[in-house]
Design a protein around this ligand. Structure first.
Ligand code: PBG
Length: 326
């Protein structure tokens, strides 16, 4: 009988041996925690479709960010839920808008202990729920929206954001924001571009978290990417890097590992991936039913995102991971 010569199992015999030969290691320093802060509430509100995630008050946000910094999570990204919404999303650029107020407070309290990122978009702030302003025909007006994004970038930078993260998928958004920041002397504020953001069905729980319904049962297919296209993502990323993106992102993560992989092989800036609300919620729901093991699947998925080539992972599991998996 001929014995097999190649025996990969030799290196799988003990936890120590498996650890020695692991190709990637997921660590807390890879993670960014997305956080929600809501204007005008007096106690944190749970989000039923995002188990364990809260709409924070300004105070509970401070506590959460301090805890994350103590646990070694390097960064948070903030999303605001305003008390009132309007046609142009003015809460996104008002110096007293909820995220700007929260940024100032966090900066004062925590200084540089943790990186403060701000999602830069208007959908949480518009009455119609779109990521931009609408023209007379009811379509999102790309260039009019860029002007609003520039104002939001300046408001976030002034409030203490170190990284602004445009997520609206308008053409030219990175270049416009870079020029606005530089024009105001904010040369050191970095841009993490949501470069390849797909019009995914996996953002549902997030929209619960920020109280967004898209008017008329609409969708974002007119500006976010079609999930049938991978090469198009490379075009988006190249444009963002040319316009000055410091970090580029793919979103969602698990359904787009091919995009993460090809992007990370082609670019020389850090690549981020967003393990989004629906991806998190699916694990929570299946685990709550006893159909899968929560901890195993969470670590498996986040590790897969890293293995595909992401340097940075935005995930609602960040605190849990830092507390239990280190
Ligand atoms: C837009 C934005 C969205 C998410 C992050 N930024 C929602 C959308 O495009 O509809 C989704 C994140 C998630 O699902 O976790 N401001």
């Amino acid at each position: 009988m001929a014995f097999p010569q190649s025996r990969p199992r030799r290196l799988r015999q003990s936890p120590a041996l498996r650890e020695l030969v692991a190709e990637v290691r997921l660590g807390v320093s890879d993670l960014v925690a997305p956080l929600f802060v809501r204007e005008g509430i007096s106690s944190p509100q749970p989000i039923s479709s995002l188990a364990g995630v809260m709409q924070h008050t300004r105070d509970s946000l401070k506590e959460e960010v301090r805890a994350l910094a103590d646990l070694g999570v390097p960064a948070v990204i903030l999303f605001g839920v305003p008390a009132a919404k309007d046609e142009v999303g003015s809460g996104a650029f008002d110096p007293n808008g909820i995220v700007q107020v929260a940024l100032r407070e966090l900066r004062e309290e925590l200084g540089n202990r943790i990186v403060l990122m701000a999602d830069l978009c208007v959908d949480e702030y518009t009455s119609h729920g779109h990521c931009g302003v609408l023209n007379a025909a009811g379509d999102v007006d790309n260039d009019a929206t860029l002007e609003i994004y520039c104002k939001a970038a300046l408001a976030q930078a002034q409030a203490g954001a170190q990284v602004v993260a445009p997520s609206g998928m308008m053409d030219g958004q990175v270049g416009a924001i870079r020029a606005a920041l530089d024009g105001a002397g904010f040369h050191d504020i970095a841009i993490m571009a949501y470069s390849a953001k797909y019009a995914s069905g996996l953002y549902g729980p997030f929209r619960d978290a920020v109280d967004v319904q898209i008017a008329g049962g609409g969708n974002r297919k007119g500006y976010q990417q079609d999930w049938r296209n991978a090469r198009e993502a490379l075009r988006e990323v190249a444009a963002d890097i040319e316009q000055g993106a410091d970090i580029v992102m793919v979103k969602p993560a698990m359904s787009y590992l091919d995009v993460i992989a090809s992007m990370s092989q082609r670019v020389d800036v850090p690549v981020a991936a967003y393990h989004v609300s629906g991806e998190y919620a699916m694990i929570k729901a299946a685990a709550a039913n006893g159909w899968i093991d929560h901890d195993t699947v969470a670590v498996e998925q986040l590790t897969a995102v890293k293995r595909a080539g992401a340097d940075i992972i935005l995930t609602y599991f960040a605190r849990w991971f830092a507390e239990t998996q280190q």
